[in-house]
Design a protein around this ligand. Structure first.
Ligand code: ADP
Length: 477
């Protein structure tokens, strides 16, 4: 069994802005259940309470380019110990990455210190076999090991894995930060961390890590193409032999209609009657008429960004409201995409309901009360919401990309390929037609509800990857 240190900027339940935190909250536990000694390191943000934590290392020595940073390490005990890097000048702030003014201007320094400190944790607190680095915020770790620390025996036997949760976020900063973050000047090349004259933290991880992974097989393939590669497709193609896709799992203690405490009635495959109660409640919460109980109800829970296909939904608005359906949407994001949904409501407020904001309880009710879940993403590394929908018997209509393609089959949902309004509309119409055949629809619901995406399966795949990395000779070309 392996000793694993995961390094990430978000870990549920301590700090979360997206799916990354859920993965870090669940995967280490599943690995520990398989017998691994898995631990996690994250920053000690201002929003994290120190009561319940203990300080396990005072004054971790940390220097970058001759500047000293006062850091310490705290720990939360549990089956998976979580370490927190204290560096108050950098992390004791209102947000994780920024505030109302935008991203913090020193994010390059914050996550350089974090990455460099992870290596001091390895030296002084917990020496792992595998350093598992997540996203750009931990991307510099392999670059330090292969650059300024390349002669340091501490790290010789440590293998690094970088997991990409979303290639759309790379941590790109001006080239002038290079000395400040303590990398070697000769690492600032196209074969290193340089990206069009700037420093790219994710690229640093992709270039220098021993192995790479992302969160679905299809996304692993797609990111090697210019269409999905965000400028890093060449780098990823060069590392294709070391890149794998492992699907995320979901937490069925939180997301299962038979135990969900956020919904007005529980239900299961054997007794679906509670789903109607949820639908009625959902319509009422969105102020839609009771008569809509007879029509299919389409649900959306999403960040409103270009990634999620909001513009496609807007493009078919006129046709959508002519269909025999109702639609409820919950989300927030970029103002232009929020405005698209507001315009959609104006087309027919009796059919379209909208809630702008973040509301966990309501997201559960939408999963439970809808008949169809709509997720027409432009790209989707894994996607969790469509996997929840399956368990709630809410049939997903998705674009066949990334994790959406890997998790939805013909017996449990509807998929379309081309990113276009007419293709989305045609796919949605197929789903609406299928809904009118009550027995066939119930068969589909039961198939969907029976599918299993628990973490145990994913953890076993990571486990195999770690074992492979630790096999002598595995990394030789
Ligand atoms: P991403 O991580 O790209 O946003 P995922 O589908 O992987 O997409 O995960 C999204 C998660 O965030 C789901 O758990 C979903 O329910 C939740 N979510 C997204 N927007 C909202 C919202 N406005 N209110 C509540 N939960 C939301």
């Amino acid at each position: 069994m392996a000793r694993i240190l995961m390094v990430a900027s978000e870990v549920a339940p301590f700090a979360k802005t997206g799916g990354l935190a859920d993965v870090l909250g669940a995967l280490p536990k599943a690995l520990s259940a398989l017998g691994h000694d898995c631990r996690v390191l994250m920053p000690l943000y201002g929003e994290i309470s120190r009561s319940g934590l203990r300080r396990v290392y005072d004054h971790l020595p940390l220097w970058l380019n001759g500047t000293h940073f006062d850091t310490a390490v705290w720990q939360a005990d549990g089956t998976v110990p979580v370490y927190f890097l204290e560096a108050d000048a950098l992390f004791d702030r209102e947000g994780l990455y920024g505030d109302s003014e935008g991203d913090y201007p020193d994010n390059h320094l914050r996550f350089a210190v974090f990455a460099r400190a992870a290596l001091e944790v390895v030296r002084r607190i917990f020496r792992p076999d595998i350093l598992h680095c997540h996203d750009w915020q931990a991307g510099l770790i392999p670059a330090y090991i292969r650059g300024p620390l390349s002669l340091d025996p501490t790290f010789l036997a440590v293998r690094t894995l970088v997991t990409i949760h979303n290639l759309g976020y790379q941590g790109i900063f001006p080239g002038s930060v290079l000395p400040e973050i303590g990398l070697e000047p000769d690492q600032f090349t196209a074969e290193g961390v340089e990206f069009w004259g700037r420093v790219n933290y994710l690229k640093a991880g992709l270039v220098y890590a021993d192995a790479l992974s992302t969160v679905s097989r299809t996304y692993a393939r797609e990111i090697q193409t210019p269409e999905y590669g965000f400028g890093l497709d060449g780098v990823l193609r060069a590392r294709a032999n070391n890149l794998t896709g492992i699907l995320n799992g979901v937490d069925y203690t939180e997301w299962d209609p038979s135990v969900d405490s956020h919904i007005p009635a529980n239900y299961s495959c054997d007794d679906l009657s509670g789903k109607k109660v949820c639908k009625r409640e959902l319509l009422s919460q969105f102020g839609l008429p009771e008569a809509a109980m007879k029509q299919p109800l389409v649900g959306i829970v999403s960040r409103f960004t270009s990634q999620k296909g909001t513009d496609l939904i807007a493009a078919i608005g006129e046709e959508l409201v002519k269909e025999d359906l109702s639609l409820v949407a919950l989300g927030s994001g970029e103002p232009q995409y929020e405005a698209m949904f507001q315009d959609l409501v104006q087309l027919d407020p009796e059919k379209i309901g909208l809630r702008i904001g973040y509301n966990n309880g309501l997201s559960h009710l939408i999963e439970a009360g809808s008949d169809i879940f709509l997720m027409p993403s432009r790209y989707e590394p894994c996607g969790l919401s469509q996997i929840y929908s399956l368990r709630y018997g809410t049939i997903p209509v998705v674009r066949a990309t990334g994790g959406l393609d890997d998790t939805i089959d013909e017996e449990s949902g509807f998929k379309f390929n081309k990113y276009s309004g007419p293709d989305l509309l045609a796919c949605l119409r197929s789903a609406l037609a299928a809904y009118s055949d009550c027995d066939a629809w119930k068969t589909m619901m039961r198939h969907a509800m029976g599918r299993d995406f628990s973490w145990d399966v994913s953890a076993r795949e990571y486990s195999r990857l770690y074992q492979h990395l630790l096999t002598p000779g595995a990394l030789n070309p």
